[in-house]
Design a binder for this molecule. Structure first.
Ligand code: M6R
Length: 366
């Protein structure tokens, strides 16, 4: 059942090229400028009435939502708030008929996410669900629906669900931008064509594992690790840190790189491993200078950057280069080295990778 792999997690990491491909197929097509979403009935007229979007989810799905906020605001120019479901429910958010809510849940059964969906509907919001489980509660109760076609995810640590949630959010971002008249055909084609190339690029990326294995075997005994990034890289850093905590039990923290000087840099000491993401071209120099700051304090930096940025090798101890794509789409690729790094660290430490202590695959209690 593990198809020759030692754990479900590593099998599922390798299933990502197919999973993201399946999530795009028949929705965005190379020879058409239309996006086909049969279970999303939202029209341009409906969207005119929407003044705010809330994205609500837990854990990894919440991290996908952070990318979603960025993408939807950038493409569709509608204000988006992102919330953790267990916070959203109890903070009396301002919801009405002009609210669109997007809930994200792999299982479709997470208690807090489902309760947030029900509350929002009661107050008149329209709800789009992104879920991986056909016929799940979230799928049944939402007004509009977009399935991720990741296939069953068995490992507690979410991997292919995350990358397919990202694809779903890019598709929704493009869809809303089109409905909103914010996206020209040329812009649409450029993003669509890049998206369609992602499965192939991800496949290529999965071939480079040695650097990651080496880093994991040199660093798995550390008590703490830090993750840094700006913009979309910050969202991915948070997901990378969660993955490491969950399965290797190493204390991991992610910070927006620009926040370093506001406190966290006090934690940087000789030999501390820092994972730095530097995929956002317009922020590259700023991130690089943050990397230099932690290096100057003795950190050992493992960087993730696009191919072509060989200059980063001068500063970072180790680098994984990801295949070139638009910075907007980088999270789908840049998260993969972080998933692998957590996996190898957990294996080195002899942890129960697929069933980490204290965690359940689906959190149906509040
Ligand atoms: O099924 P859901 O997507 O609603 O689950 C949400 C979280 O419980 C889940 O993503 C959790 O954080 C994972 N263990 C992360 O790897």
């Amino acid at each position: 059942e593990k198809g020759g792999y030692e754990h479900f997690m590593i099998k599922e990491i390798h299933e990502q090229p197919k999973a993201i491909k399946d999530t795009m197929t028949s929705r965005i097509m190379p020879d058409s400028d239309e996006i086909k979403l049969d279970d999303i009935k939202l029209t341009a007229e409906d969207l005119k009435n929407i003044d705010k979007i809330f994205i609500v989810a837990c854990g990894t799905a919440y991290h996908a939502g952070m990318v979603g906020k960025y993408v939807i605001e950038k493409l569709a120019r509608i204000p988006v708030e992102i919330d953790i479901a267990s916070e959203f429910r109890y903070r009396d958010p301002i919801i009405n008929e002009r609210t669109l809510m997007i809930v994200i849940s792999q299982s479709g059964e997470t208690a807090d996410t489902l309760a947030a969906l029900r509350d929002a509907k009661k107050q008149g919001a329209r709800v789009i669900a992104i879920t991986n489980v056909v016929g799940s509660s979230v799928a049944r109760e939402a007004d509009d629906l977009l399935y991720t076609w990741a296939g069953p995810e068995i490992a507690v640590a979410s991997t292919k669900a995350y990358t397919t949630q990202l694809v779903a959010l890019y598709i929704i971002g493009l869809y809303l931008a089109k409905l909103n008249g914010r996206l020209s055909v040329e812009e649409y084609r450029e993003i669509r064509d890049e998206m369609l190339l992602l499965p192939e690029k991800l496949e290529k990326l999965l071939e480079q594992k040695e650097e990651l294995q080496r880093f994991a075997s040199n660093n798995h005994m550390h008590r703490d690790m830090f993750y840094l990034g700006r913009g979309l890289d910050n969202a991915v850093a948070l997901e990378g840190a969660l993955k490491l905590k969950e399965i290797s039990y190493i204390h991991a923290e992610a910070y927006a790189a620009g926040e370093l000087k506001h406190g966290p840099i006090a934690l940087i000491d000789k030999g501390i491993p820092v994972i730095a993401l530097a995929t956002q071209e317009d922020l590259f120099d700023k991130t690089l200078s943050n990397i230099q700051e932690v290096v100057a304090r003795g950190a050992k930096v493992f960087a993730v950057a696009f191919e072509g940025h060989e200059d980063i090798k001068k500063t970072a101890d180790q680098v994984v280069f990801i295949p070139k794509t638009m910075p907007l789409l980088a999270p789908i690729l840049s998260v993969v080295p972080l998933q692998l790094l957590s996996y190898y660290a957990a294996v080195e430490r002899g942890c129960d990778v697929d069933k980490p202590r204290n965690l359940a695959k689906s959190v149906t209690v509040e």
